[in-house]
Design a binder for this molecule. Structure first.
Ligand code: ATP
Ligand code: MG
Length: 399
């Protein structure tokens, strides 16, 4: 067993010593069987949350109403969830009630896909009630039970299916695909933030075309914010993407670039996808840079405006689209050679200009902007006296 499981063994031992069952479950079991690194170790137990809490000194109620308690042990947190069933799902997303149960089988039965419904004991035994192991071997994503029912209960599972396909290079079982075709429209009932998370994970996966194929063929894309008019562009993207993207910024940048969006449209799309303001700002800048890179028209001002964090992302996106003639290292070297990398680095301040007799007001700001651009473009040296005379000359010519 991987060392993460060995490290967590005392937790399971403690729960078992108190007379309850406890197993490793979820993504860590799946990924271990696939020989992949694991992120976090999740535990499922027959003990009720209060019983779990009584067994450990340090716990946090991370989701106690649905049975989850985090156990803290030597700096690691273990999400420990009581076996439960779910019922209701009147809103297609959250169960109306969760019921704690004492049976592992019932708990695994409520899980989304067979490969996610395996349990592992500390002695290495696998518990596999739904043929998850043969699906793992066949590289197949299959809903636990009747896909129609499972997607009707929780529509987010359809996005999870395509994201696992991209992350694992798995195909989706035909009946599960049919379930997605029938229930795609239920995605509109799901909080956009949750769709966002799964969609980004899909494009960050190593095999994005695996998920995108199903995302397009089943029509799922139509029920995501603002995607419906961009069918052709999304189809084109699935053919172009050679590998996963490196960051969330790259994901949205490539989408906005292939959709051909203006800054204002980028803002609209990303707002509709409930994105953070920082992400929106970054994507607007990166999309402009992708355009310049693709048109082979990168100049000093564009390098400066894009900055060293977004330049590699913009070039990665342009490369994925087969349109970059530049090496990222070259762009970064050119960026490094700029005289300044921010307005603060100008060898003159507004205060300096006022001391020289220039009145405060809009034209003072304009003069500083002019100097900034001239220095970035290498037309002026970044020296206080030279900048001062250039500012005076600029203002005189304007007047
Ligand atoms: P990752 O490696 O991305 O964390 P994961 O499989 O661990 O993948 P999580 O979202 O962490 O995914 O969920 C943990 C487990 O909980 C899943 O493996 C699955 O068994 C179950 N699960 C999560 N979301 C759902 C859902 N919407 N419906 C049913 N079961 C779910
Ligand atoms: Mg997980």
């Amino acid at each position: 067993l991987p060392e993460e499981f060995i490290k967590a063994q005392p937790i399971i031992d403690t729960i078992e010593a108190a007379g309850y069952e406890a197993y490793y479950v979820g993504g860590s079991v799946r990924d271990t069987l696939l020989g992949l690194p694991i992120h976090d170790v999740d535990i499922a137990t027959s003990a009720y949350p209060e019983e779990v809490k009584s067994l450990f000194k340090r716990t946090v109620d991370t989701g106690i109403e649905h049975g989850t308690v985090m156990i803290l042990d030597h700096g690691t947190g273990y999400e420990t969830t009581t076996f439960r069933t779910e019922s209701g799902y009147q809103d297609y997303r959250r169960p109306d009630s969760v019921k704690f149960v004492r049976s592992l089988k019932e708990d695994l039965n409520r899980r989304d896909f067979t490969i996610n419904a395996l349990a592992l004991k500390t002695d290495g035994t696998i518990i596999d009630y739904f043929d998850g192991l043969s699906d793992l071997k066949a590289h197949r994503i299959r809903a636990v039970g009747d896909p129609e029912k499972r997607f009707n209960e929780d529509a987010l599972r359809m996005m999870r299916a395509v994201r696992f396909a991209s992350q694992l290079n798995f195909t989706i079982d035909p009946e599960t695909i049919t379930g997605i075709k029938h229930h795609g429209s239920l995605l509109t009932k799901i909080a956009v933030e949750r769709i966002h998370v799964e969609f980004v994970k899909m494009l960050l996966g190593q095999w994005p075309a695996m998920g995108l194929d199903v995302f397009m063929d089943t029509g799922l894309y139509q029920y995501c914010p603002d995607f419906k008019p961009y069918k052709d562009q999304l189809e084109q993207l699935r053919l172009q993407l050679k590998s996963g993207l490196s960051s969330e910024t790259a994901v949205w940048t490539i989408l906005c670039a292939v959709f051909g969006l203006s800054s204002k449209q980028v803002n609209r799309l990303l707002k509709d996808w409930k994105s953070a303001n920082q992400l929106i700002d970054d994507v607007q800048v990166a999309v402009k840079a992708v355009k310049a890179i693709s048109e082979h028209s990168v100049d000093a001002w564009l390098l400066y405006q894009t900055g060293s964090e977004l330049l590699p992302i913009a070039n990665e996106v342009a490369n994925q689209l087969g349109e970059s003639p530049y090496a990222t290292a070259t762009l970064l070297a050119q960026y490094d050679e700029l005289q300044i990398h921010s307005k603060k680095a100008l060898a003159i301040t507004g205060q300096d200009l006022m001391s020289a007799g220039i009145k405060p007001g809009p034209q003072l700001g304009q003069a500083l902007n002019y100097l900034e651009r001239q220095v970035v473009e290498g037309q002026l040296k970044n020296q206080n006296n030279m900048l001062l005379s250039a500012a005076i000359k600029y203002l005189n010519e304007k007047a």
